[in-house]
Ligand binder design. Sequence first.
Ligand code: 5GP
Length: 195
Amino acid sequence: MPSEILENRGKLFVISGPSGVGKTVLCNYLLQRFFPGVIYSISTTSRQPRGNEAEGQEYNFCTKEEFEKAIQEDSFVEWACVHGNYYGTPYKFLEDTLNAGKNLLLNIDVQGAIKIKNKFPDAVMIFILPPSMSELEQRLRIRNADTEDSLKRRMANAEEELKYTAVYNYTIVNDNLEKAQKELAEIYLLHTGKS
Ligand code: 5GP
């Protein structure tokens, strides 16, 4: 690819962290603050919509069979099975966004993040940490979106994900939302040089 195209390409920002840590709030902050320079990568998932989630906003929802067909068609730059459901990052949207010189924000799990890092070594990798595991459990309980079984699965998954923080360039402890937002914005600015 000619170097001037590479120079104008957008950057990938990957955010991971356990369920309930506050990734969505932090992603929304970054998207609002730096709009229109950064765009959210809407993943495809085979899980059922939760609460007020709407098709094409938080996710593109599909059946397990549709997801498996899309895997066969190489539609995903990465995909993973998380908490028993499929999640994947659509390949075409990612390429189109980066080629248009826009930055793309991915909110994905550790398995997907590792695949992105291997394919795009320049991706800026950020892991959001809870202040403690007991605080995380409390936040999940307050969210009240889980059965006792799925809560246990999310907590076990969180323990597992915390083993992979070394894959990331940055970790942010979300003990205070304003502080976490400030740290995230500083990382974004450092890598884009824009305000
Ligand atoms: P939730 O069901 O709570 O929305 O998401 C569960 C987990 O799936 C979260 O850790 C989220 O970051 C991850 N996830 C969402 N979209 C993707 C994706 O496209 N790829 C991967 N690998 N993980 C995803």
